[in-house]
Design a protein around this ligand. Sequence first.
Ligand code: AMP
Length: 229
Amino acid sequence: MHKYVIMGPQGSGKGTQAGMLARGFGLVHISVGDIFRWHVQNRTKLGTRVQRYMNEGRLVPDEMVAEIVKWRLEIHDWRHGFVLDGFPRNAAQTEFFLENYDIDAVIAIELPEPIAIERIQSRRLCSSCGLDYNLIQLRPHVPSICDNCGGRLVTRADDTPEAIRTRLAEYREKTQPILDLLSEKELIVRVDGTPTPPDVVQAEIRRRLGLGKAGTDASEPKPLAEVTR
Ligand code: AMP
């Protein structure tokens, strides 16, 4: 059983790295941002409550986040463990997390802000299947069209210049300080997020966590809809 948290500023590739790690070792990738995006897309009550925060790049209030994390971890579909992506993001969430859950390590992906901004601005998302693209490294074969399903590629609603600035400031002011707290508990594994392609960062994460080459990346993660039903 492996229980990991992955953290990093927007654009650091934490979602990509979490997905690779999860697929490689049969872990469940739990992305708090993806769960919120699912609620927004499906116009649930929670979705309407969180949409404004997300579009502005602000953190969603802690009670709603704690509720979602608790709900998701109570679905015990993570027999081999999980990679929790995007939680905790501030001191209150860290306290709640450390009180309630045991984890093996926190992977902190480090990336200078100018590179993060460049990467976020080049990010595209399939409006149909949700696959991520990056116009620097992971271009679609046909511009603006998803290789996987033919869907239209769009920019994330919170990838506007103002929202990017707000999200990076939120990370710097609220999330960065909790890394020190987690460091004191010797849970942190800091990894440089600048190398490309993503496999290089993934290999370093696995090396630092003491995980062998082991897993295969072949199995696809479950669509969120299957776990939100
Ligand atoms: P992400 O996909 O991780 O970039 O998250 C997208 C957005 O979801 C963030 O900008 C926040 O508005 C919201 N969000 C995700 N995780 C959290 C969290 N732990 N605390 C507060 N808001 C969050």
